[in-house]
Write a protein that binds this ligand. Sequence first.
Ligand code: NAP
Length: 246
Amino acid sequence: MTNVRAALVTGASRGIGRAILLRLARDGFDVAGTATSDTGMQAIDETLRSQGLAGRAYQLRVQDEGSVETLLARMKADDFSPLVLVNNAGITRDNLLLRMSSDEWQEVIDTNVTALYRLCKPLLRAMTKARWGRIVNLSSVVARMGNAGQTNYAASKAAIEGFSRALAQEVGSRNVTVNVVAPGFIETEMTEVLSEEQKGQMMSRIPLGRMGSVDDVASLVAYLASESAGYVTGETIHVNGGMYMA
Ligand SMILES: NC(=O)c1ccc[n+]([C@@H]2O[C@H](COP(=O)([O-])OP(=O)(O)OC[C@H]3O[C@@H](n4cnc5c(N)ncnc54)[C@H](OP(=O)(O)O)[C@@H]3O)[C@@H](O)[C@H]2O)c1
């Protein structure tokens, strides 16, 4: 790599996004991570500093168009122009469909899917100009397997996969790749809330016999962001210990 490339990771205050941010910083990218709150932004700053790494934090609520506009303006003011975009921020609002409120449905769709439209579109401009770009979107094994109580989440993650295949075809000629990483059962706050019974059921379906770590996911994202992955696009790559074999 001749010049240091900038990378933006959404939802980097904790969990998988935090691990991705650290990994990309270690791999030599000029990184920025987003969080929804000041506390989350402080967490990003402290995490980077404690590991002796440089980088910055921005505030972003992906479901809010105004917040996206503010982020874009701040990045422009900082002359921070990402050629790597990792759409990691995501939420669950689980409920059986018969009991699911329209808010539970809409929040998940806005946060997990519409965010991709809002972020990829403006950030693609610099990537196509540079004739180099990497977009990595986070899906979930649930997009393929389904999961009772997660119709909203499964629909959102399946949409991310379709979106990515279509966009990969649009921007391939500009040397911009668009790929999806689909984690299985990863140890984070998102899975901490599951009961021991739910965790036991999940574990019995994992041939590798353990939950995944955030670094298992970050390694795959780092590969897709690297020069080595230059001929991989439109793919969904699973990192799930064999729980689902595509
Ligand atoms: N954990 C798993 O087992 C698993 C499995 C499959 C897929 N995934 C996917 O992997 C990604 C990361 O999951 P995770 O487990 O690391 O999640 P997590 O621990 O719940 O962290 C979520 C991150 O997203 C941010 N975020 C939440 N709502 C947001 C919003 N409206 N706008 C912008 N940022 C927002 C959070 O920021 P704040 O700290 O500011 O709230 C946080 O940084 C998600 O897309 C998830 O669907 C996770």
